[in-house]
Design a protein around this ligand. Structure first.
Ligand SMILES: *Cc1c(COP(=O)(O)O)cnc(C)c1O
Length: 445
């Protein structure tokens, strides 16, 4: 990790506006306490979100104001030098330029940090830029990553093709349910990161986060977990992970209208990523727009309610599909290999995730069913992505995992007829289920 002397120690909340007591150091919150609710114990993501600092608008508005400035003025010329020297930073409400820190984006970052129980977080223009930036921050040329063989297609391509070519960082892909295999893939002195998804795309394998973190920490690695599939449901940092990354595009946004991401982790890491000479976020520049950050911050308060209904409906559908004799993969079903594990790791009352996978065996049958579901019965949409209020369906092998070759797909358990469903919550449950049954009844035997 880059430890530049000039990095700003500046991802923590300030309570006063500058101009009052610019040099009053009581203003500075010690890092460990920053994202904890009063009383200091993080118990539940909804409770933590409710306790996170809520900033009021400039005129007393219940919502914070949007700081739509690319650049920031100073009252005295000397202040500029002190900001660039790292003596004054966002913790004291001193901002330089919005590719560095922006107050509105920082506010969303605080919400993400509260959600994920990390010291700090910063938001980016996409999930992929969050993932790429954090990996480039943690690894240098010649470095090595151990990663799950079941990953989002873009992440898989980044690790297997782009990073070896562009920066000589290589990856060994392993079955993360085989803890022995994970351990023996670590190359002493070279491996820097263990990377996996909390619930993996698209076969819904649940990671044993505590055990994987223990193995990684014994060997001095940083554990990076993509929690895109399970916000609220799982809290990887509470279970041992060091860094949590998100594609905010999915559940956190919920509107299928914005591409965004986040890196949640230790304040030292987030600050190093903003370093003026060595920071991956500062220098690669996948900056989130302040207006986008504001919109997203308005959606986080109902993320918990949305997740509960996504999970509830996925559980009902999976149970009913199974009863119909269909082959369905869902971690809420007892026969799922990690059902007990997820039960033991999950936060209370959210359920088992909002995705399920329906195996129609052949691509032809999968396509026929999806055609019925979208174009005849209006059950959902044929589209990639997830976390939308409508149900989204895609045939993983020929879409989101098509960056993988045939052998890689077989190893990852992606059958050609596998339909991934991101279960929506629009309409009534009975109405939507009747649409599914009708589509099934029209399928050729
Ligand atoms: C979509 C997705 C990403 C990439 O995020 P973008 O916001 O599209 O850049 C990464 N990981 C997972 C698990 C995803 O579903």
């Amino acid at each position: 990790m880059a430890a530049e002397p000039r990095s700003h120690d500046c991802v923590f909340p300030a309570t006063k506006k500058r101009g009052q007591d610019d040099f009053d150091s009581d203003d500075f919150y010690p890092s460990k306490k920053a994202m904890l609710p009063p009383g200091g114990v993080w118990e539940d993501p909804a409770a933590a979100l409710a306790s996170a600092r809520h900033e009021f608008g400039e005129h007393g508005g219940v919502n914070m104001s949007i700081e739509a400035s690319a650049t920031f003025t100073v009252m005295e010329p000397e202040t500029m030098r002190r900001m660039f020297a790292g003596e004054l930073g966002p913790d004291r409400d001193f901002f330089i330029y919005s590719r560095h820190f922006n107050p509105t984006v920082l506010n969303l970052g605080r919400q993400m940090a509260a959600l994920e129980a990390t010291e700090a977080a910063y938001c980016t223009a996409s999930g992929m830029s969050a993932i790429a930036s954090v990996l480039l921050q943690l690894c240098s040329s010649g470095g090595h990553v151990v990663a799950s063989r079941e990953l989002y297609g873009g992440t898989h391509a980044l690790l297997s093709h782009f990073m070896p070519r562009a920066c000589n960082i290589t990856t060994s892909f392993v079955n993360i349910t085989d803890l022995e295999a994970v351990s023996s893939a670590v190359v002493e002195g070279q491996t820097k990161v263990l990377y996996f998804e909390s619930i993996s795309n698209p076969t819904l394998t649940v990671a044993n986060i505590p055990e994987l973190s223990r193995i990684a920490h014994d060997k001095g690695l940083t554990v990076v977990v993509d929690n895109t599939f399970a916000p609220m449901v799982l809290s990887p940092a509470k279970l041992g992970a060091d860094v949590v990354v998100h594609s905010i595009t999915k559940y956190v946004s919920g509107g299928a209208d914005i591409i965004a991401g986040a890196v949640c982790g230790p304040a030292s890491l987030v600050n190093s990523m903003m370093d003026l000479r060595q920071g991956a976020l500062m220098l690669l520049g996948p900056t989130m727009n302040a207006k986008v950050a504001f919109e997203l911050s308005e959606r986080i308060p109902h993320l918990g309610l949305r997740m509960k209904e996504h999970c509830n409906r996925a559980m009902v559908y999976a149970t009913r599909m199974k009863k119909m004799g269909l082959k369905v993969i869902y971690p809420g079903l007892e026969e799922h290999p990690q059902h007990q594990l997820l039960k033991s790791l999950a936060n209370k009352d959210y359920g088992f995730g909002g995705l399920l996978a329906l195996d129609m065996v052949t691509e032809d049958r999968a396509n026929k069913l999806m055609n019925q579901l979208q174009n005849v019965t209006q059950f959902g949409f044929m589209a990639v992505s997830l976390g939308y209020y409508e149900t989204l369906m895609s045939c993983s092998g020929s879409s989101t995992s098509s960056e993988m070759n045939e052998e890689e797909k077989e190893v990852a358990g992606i059958s050609p007829g596998l339909i991934r469903m991101s279960v929506g919550y629009v309409g009534t449950l009975d109405q939507k289920w009747a649409q599914f049954e009708k589509a099934m009844s029209r399928m050729p035997k």
